[in-house]
Design a protein around this ligand. Structure first.
Ligand SMILES: [Zn+2]
Ligand SMILES: [Zn+2]
Length: 351
C-alpha cells in the first residue's frame, strides 16, 4: 500500500522493445501549476493588464519566497560585485515539479517479460533569470554570457555524478513551446540514460568517423561556409546556419567552428561570442516570425566522455511554427513549410 502521496506517482524510463529507444513515463508533472493560461493575448492594453497580473502571481519574482529552496548556484549581475543573495541576477534551483525524483542515488534496472525499465532518477533544475520581462533578445551580451557561464558551471558539477549519463540544458519560451511559467528561465535535466535523439546522432557521428576519419559536423560546417546559402551569421568562433535537413521551418543551429565535442569545455574567451550568436539568432527569429514561441537546447557529447573526434557540440533553436499531425507522427517525417535556404535568406535580411 502506498504510504504517502508521492508513492502514488510513477516515474520510469521504459525501453521500446522494438526500437530500443527510451521514453519517460512520469505522472509527477501533473501537479505542476500553470501560470500562462491567459497569456495568449499579446497586444494592447489587455495584454499589459495580463502581464501585470502574471508578474504579480509569478513564482520566480522571488523564488525563495514562493517556496523554492535556496539556490544551488547564484550570480549577481555582471555589473555588480555584490555578495548578497538579494542581488541575484541568475539562480539555479531544483525544479519543484521534477519529471523524476531528485538525487545522487543510482536507479535500478528491471525487466518484466519482453519489457525493460529504469527507475526515474536524476536532477531536474531551473535556471531563473532575474527580470520578468527581459529574455535573451533584450539582455546584454554580458548578461547572456553569465547565463552561459551558469550553464557550464552547473554542468561541470553534475557530470561528476556516478550514474548520470547525459545532461541536457534547454530553454522553452512560450506556451506552444511547453513553458508553464512566463518568467524567463532555462532548465537542466541530468539523466541516467543517453536520450534517443542524442544517441542516434552520436551513433551517426561514430559511423561517419569510422568510414571517413572525419567529424561529420566539421565536414558539414566546411560545406555550409563555402556554399553560404544557409549561413545566417558568423563571428570569430561560431557559425549560425539553417540545417540542410531542417526539422521545422526556421530551425537554426549554432556551431563552434573549431572542433569540440563538449559544450562545458567552452573557453572563457569564446563565451561572449556564443552569447552574441545566441542573441543574434533569437533576435532574427523574433523579427522574422513576429516573436514566436521557441525551444532551444544544447546538444553535447555524453557526460561520461570528453574530447571525442566523432561528435561536435552545438545549439539547436526550434521556433514553434509547424504542428505535428498524423503524417508526421505516423512516419516520423517532418513536413517543413519554408525551405532552409529561403529561411536563411529571410533571417539574414531581418536585422
Ligand atoms: Zn516573474
Ligand atoms: Zn567537428
Amino acid at each position: 500500500m502506498a504510504k504517502n502521496k508521492k508513492q502514488n506517482f510513477i516515474s520510469e524510463f521504459r525501453k521500446d522493445t522494438v526500437s530500443g529507444e527510451w521514453v519517460l513515463i512520469s505522472s509527477m508533472r501533473r501537479m505542476r501549476p500553470h501560470f500562462l493560461k491567459s497569456a495568449n493575448v499579446r497586444h494592447g492594453a489587455e495584454s499589459q493588464r495580463q502581464n501585470q497580473k502574471l508578474k504579480k502571481d509569478c513564482p520566480f519574482e522571488n523564488p525563495q519566497k514562493s517556496g523554492n529552496s535556496s539556490p544551488i548556484l547564484w550570480y549577481p549581475s555582471p555589473k555588480s560585485a555584490s555578495q548578497e543573495i538579494k542581488d541575484w541576477f541568475i539562480q539555479i534551483i531544483p525544479n519543484r515539479y521534477p519529471v523524476f525524483p531528485q538525487g545522487s542515488v543510482c536507479p535500478t534496472t528491471s525487466a518484466l517479460g519482453p519489457y525493460e525499465k529504469i527507475d526515474g532518477m536524476g536532477f531536474h533544475e531551473v535556471i531563473v533569470f532575474r527580470d520578468h520581462g527581459r529574455d535573451f533578445k533584450k539582455m546584454s551580451i554580458d548578461e547572456i554570457g553569465l547565463v552561459l557561464k551558469a550553464y557550464k558551471e552547473r554542468y561541470k558539477m553534475l557530470e561528476k555524478e556516478q550514474c548520470i549519463e547525459y545532461i541536457l540544458i534547454f530553454h522553452n519560451k512560450g506556451e506552444l513551446a511547453g513553458a508553464s511559467i512566463a518568467h524567463p528561465h532555462s532548465q537542466l535535466v541530468a539523466l541516467p540514460i543517453v536520450p534517443p535523439d542524442v544517441s542516434r546522432s552520436i551513433n551517426g557521428g561514430i559511423n561517419f568517423f569510422e568510414k571517413n576519419k572525419k567529424c561529420v559536423h566539421c565536414v558539414m560546417l566546411d560545406w555550409e561556409r563555402k556554399e553560404k546559402k544557409r549561413i545566417v551569421f558568423e563571428n570569430k568562433h561560431f557559425t549560425t546556419f539553417t540545417p540542410y535537413a531542417s526539422r521545422v521551418s526556421y530551425e537554426v543551429r549554432i556551431f563552434p567552428r573549431e572542433h569540440s565535442s563538449d559544450f562545458e569545455e567552452i573557453s572563457r574567451e569564446a563565451i561572449p561570442y556564443l552569447a552574441e550568436s545566441l542573441k543574434d539568432a533569437l533576435s532574427r527569429i523574433g523579427k522574422t516570425l513576429n516573436n514566436p514561441d521557441y525551444n532551444f537546447f544544447i546538444h553535447t557529447a555524453s557526460a561520461k566522455v570528453k574530447n571525442v573526434p566523432y561528435y561536435h557540440w552545438h545549439i539547436e533553436i526550434l521556433p514553434r511554427t509547424d504542428k505535428w499531425a498524423g503524417l508526421e507522427l505516423g512516419t516520423g517525417i517532418e513536413v517543413v513549410a519554408v525551405s532552409p535556404e529561403r529561411a536563411a535568406e529571410n533571417l539574414r535580411n531581418s536585422l
